[in-house]
Design a binder for this molecule. Sequence first.
Ligand code: P5A
Length: 444
Amino acid sequence: MLLSKSFVPILKNNPSEAKIKSHQLMLRVGMIKQASAGIYSWLPLGFKIMKKIEEIVRQEQNKIGAQEILMPTIQSSEIWKESGRYEDYGEEMLRIKDRQNREMLYGPTNEEQVTEIFRSSLKSYKSLPQLLYHIQWKFRDEIRPRFGIMRGREFYMKDAYSFDVSDEEAFYSYNKFFLSYLRTFKRLALTAIPMAADTGPIGGNLSHEFIILAETGESKIFTDKRIFELNNHDIELEKNSLQQMRKKYEQYYSVTDEKFDKEEFEKVVSEENRLITKGIEVGHIFYFGDKYSKPMGASVDLPGGKKDFVKMGSYGIGVSRLVGAIIEAKFDDSDEIMKWPLSVAPYDISLIPMINKNDTSALDKAININKELIKHNIDALIDDTEENFSSKIKKMNLIGSPYQIIIGKKSDGDLLEFKEIGEATQNLSLNKIIEIIKKQKNSN
Ligand code: P5A
């Protein structure tokens, strides 16, 4: 892709309305454009990144046997009246009337909608477990939308729902999602720590937030540092090994604000292991048993002829929030260098030819390199503008492709001036560069 033809409206300076670095960068390189308070359009660069995140989230859901569906954004108030949440949800719910004066709403979450789908389709314990998910826009009329897409009013969420015959089976489903979240965030190059959390308007009494550390995060957290050393991604999807995994996490104190108990914290965590800091909630999982299935009558026939309400959980990932969260974790704002993990980078590599008016040989060379990269499925952004070298580098550092090739005096003959963004340059052949990138891609 040629930069001159791409829709990447770059601003020279940080926009004053943006208070945190992710919001600043997203506006600065034209990833998003505000439409109204807490509501954004996604422009090509930002959209490409979000779609790559979405695909990783999807793959990891599929790997645990969850099935993708798509529920609407607009829901009927009827099902929310059945569950009892229509009044409880309060001002955060955007309520709409259609032309027949029917009360509708823009879905802030989908527990009711999915329970309605389940109850009208499945009747036997033999169909269980069922794990269903969708990736869909949500709307919450947040009182204080802020930090760009981090706390938006309209945002993109992956929400999954589990249906089981017993508590024991439901905990197994919960643990599957727990593992899939650890794997998902790892592929996004994030260290997200599960923390016991409050359940708020979703309900139930078992819940974990997945939090990445960031000074600008809105969640206050209290943990035992040793939890960061756990690495449990390569285990079998089997009941016992998942239980073992949960136990390993549970041995370390790790909670959000609402669950914090000072006395207990100081009793179970030695002083040198205590960490009190802030983080960004990128995922949240809940177990709430029959909170929705009972009032909404979602039951199955059991072996002995009895019926019981299905046991349910729900599992959210903030897909749009993750774009900002990765920036918070990876953007070096003092040097103004963004390094996207290759798994979600908008482009794998930037080609930066030094172009003079009378000499287009560097650009020609970049275009030839790109032809070769395309053969290997490597996606390059070519800066074909005639700006000076330092402003080209500045721009590409903000866009954040993880690799760069600088085509100037030093990229002579077969050796190219190559670097991993933010690192020292090396002179390598194009074949070697392709090999490095492909190897990195395959490791994800
Ligand atoms: C779980 C799935 C739920 O809604 N119902 C379905 C449950 N959980 S949650 O914690 O309220 O939200 C899940 C994740 O969505 C992201 N998120 C947001 N992202 C951007 N702007 C917002 N206003 C916003 N609110 C929630 C978070 O990542 C959260 O973990």
